[in-house]
Each structure stands twice: as C-alpha cells, then as structure tokens.
Design a protein around this ligand. Structure first.
Ligand code: SF4
Length: 335
C-alpha cells in the first residue's frame, strides 16, 4: 500500500497518569473509542512528555502505564483497530524531534501559549529546562512521524497542531520534498465533566470518580456531592446552572429528565437527593461494563504489556518508514 492509499490516520496520546477518571473518559477517551472505527488510530502513552514536567519523579511511571492502558482497553479501545504503544518504545520519535530541533526557530516555541502559562502554574517545579521548552516540538514529531492527518484536540492544544503544521511546512520547503504531512486539528464533541466539588475533575483535587471505582463509593460520592449553595433547605428553590449535579444531568439524562430537574429545582418541587438518583443510576450503568471488561486485564497485566509491545512494534514500522524519507530528504543517507 502506498502512502497515498493508506487509510486516514489519527494520533492521540496521554501522559501516564495511572487509573483514569470520568473526566478523562468524557473529555477524551470516549472520543478515541469512536474515532477508531473511522480512522486508522494510533494511541500512545506519552511517557517522555511526562518527563518534561516530572523528570524528578519517575517512580510512578511503571504502574501508571499498565493501569492507564487497562482503562483504555476496558473503555473499548480495541488493539485490533488501534495501535496502542509507548512513546519511549519508539525511539524514532526522539530522532525526529532532534532533527526538527535543527530547523525550528526558538521563537516558535517560546510563543506557544502553554509555555509561559504552565511555568507560572507549576511554580513548584523547575521548568526552565530545554526539554520543557521543546515539548511542543516533541509533540510535533509524535504527530508527523505517523503522517497523521488528524489530531483530536480540545482547547489549548489547537496551538500545538498549528505549530506542527508550520514545522512540517518549513521542513518540506527547506529540503524541497513533500515528506511531512500537515495535520489538521479534529474538533470532536467532547464534554467537560466537573469533579464532585464543582471544580475541574482531577485526582490531585480529590474530587474524581475513577472508571473502576467500587459502586458503593461512586454512589456515596454523588450522593454527597456539592449542589447549588443557595439551596440550604429543601424548601429553598435552586438554580441548576450553579450546580455541578446539573452538569452531570446534561451528559447523562434525557430531555424529559432534564426538564423534571429544571422545573423541580427552581420551584423547590424536588429535593437534591431525588435529583441525584438518576445520575447515580446512569453513572453506575456506564461504569459497570468498564469494570467488568477491566477484570481479565487486572488479573493478567502481562497481557496488557504484550498488547503495548505489539502496538509499539507496529508503530515502529510506520515511524521507521517516515524516518527513512526524512533522512533521505536531509541527505543523511548519502555518505
Ligand atoms: S435539585 Fe438538583 S440541580 Fe437543583 S440544586 Fe439540587 S442537585 Fe442541584
């Protein structure tokens, strides 16, 4: 199959954060599952990216990689449809990153919005490193090495895809060869689910619901979750727009139920306990098949490792072919 004939590709990656939560699921993973039927998918664990901010804390990586991939598999990423791989198992990413670093102006990296933002946000970490400045270029290499036409993005990552396009264009122009494919950002519908306290769902905020969390714990978290602070008593009317439970309804409930919530909340016709019941049922219903599907992998993590090894081999094959063209265009194979 020639480069032109192959199916369209999409590349998605996540840092190895370990067990995933509902925020990850609705914000990205569910979308990956949908995309794998439509595109040739490459899903990777971005362990080198994690090093750009957590280079001093590598202990967690080993368990996090397998734990996260168990969630991917349990949520429906099918290794027959998608190559699941580990970034560091495909060293060609590093080679392309190095070669692109020769041609990419420093100012392009310095102006990436997340560079300054993250340095300010993560003040406790020393991020004045070469690796941290270069991580959008590593990301560009991740995408370009597979000739991925599409990258699913949310919010701030659109700037990274734009940088990737510029990097590819400059390379192709400098070496007068159409080697690197300019990817497009794929704006797919993803949903932001807040944590049980209404803030962004995050393990570090202690407000998350894990995909494989025990049902009793899920129920308790939703039963006790934050509501509209103005509804102190059952007889006080509330405003769903000020309540994180409503955001769960927006994802999980049908029109009729949402109407029931709106009317009942604003007229104090229903209590918060009643209101949370359909959410509890829906979340439990969503998580049960995931927990079930995860069990065989939890019992046999070596099978998960084998899937990652196989996916990494497939990825290497494709990355190797791109690198041959890159080396050729740069004249590195003429000696
Ligand atoms: S009734 Fe529902 S939407 Fe209204 S404050 Fe209570 S939990 Fe929130």
């Amino acid at each position: 199959m020639t480069e032109q004939e192959r199916p369209r590709r999409v590349l998605s990656g996540m840092r190895p954060t370990g067990k995933m939560h509902l925020g990850h699921y609705h914000g990205a993973l569910k979308n990956w599952v949908n995309l794998q039927g439509e595109y040739e998918s490459f899903c990777f664990v971005a362990d080198w990216h994690a090093l750009t901010t957590d280079y001093g804390d590598t202990e967690l990586f080993a368990n996090n990689v397998v734990d996260m991939v168990i969630d991917w598999l349990a949520a429906g990423i099918d290794p027959k449809n998608a190559s699941i791989f580990l970034q560091s198992a495909v060293p060609e990413h590093a080679e392309l990153h190095l070669l692109l670093s020769m041609t990419t102006p420093l100012s392009w990296l310095e102006r990436v919005p997340s560079y300054k933002e993250q340095q300010t946000r993560l003040k406790s970490k020393s991020l004045d490193t070469y690796g941290f400045l270069g991580y959008p270029l590593l990301q560009a290499a991740d995408i370009l090495i597979y000739g991925a036409e599409f990258v699913p993005v949310g919010g701030d990552q659109a700037a990274h895809v734009e940088l990737t396009r510029e990097v590819a264009r400059r390379f192709n122009h400098l070496y007068d060869a159409p080697v690197l494919v300019e990817p497009k950002a794929l704006h797919t519908p993803v949903t932001k689910l807040p944590g049980v306290d209404g803030q962004k769902m995050s393990k570090s905020y202690n407000n998350s619901i894990a995909l494989r969390e025990a049902p009793e714990s899920v129920e308790k978290k939703i039963r006790t979750m934050q509501t509209d602070p103005a509804r102190v008593r059952r007889t006080d009317p509330g405003d769903p727009d000020k309540c994180p439970v409503w955001q769960f309804h927006e994802i999980y409930s049908d029109v009729k139920t949402r109407q029931w919530v709106r009317e009942g909340c604003t007229s104090a016709g229903i209590g918060c306990v009643d209101c949370k019941k359909p959410v509890i049922e829906a979340v439990l219903g969503e998580l049960e098949p995931i927990r079930k599907a995860a069990r065989p992998y939890e019992d046999n993590p070596d099978e998960v490792r084998a899937i990652i090894v196989e996916g990494s081999e497939r990825a290497r094959e494709s990355a190797g072919a791109t690198m041959q063209r890159v080396r050729g265009a740069m004249g590195l194979d003429r000696w």
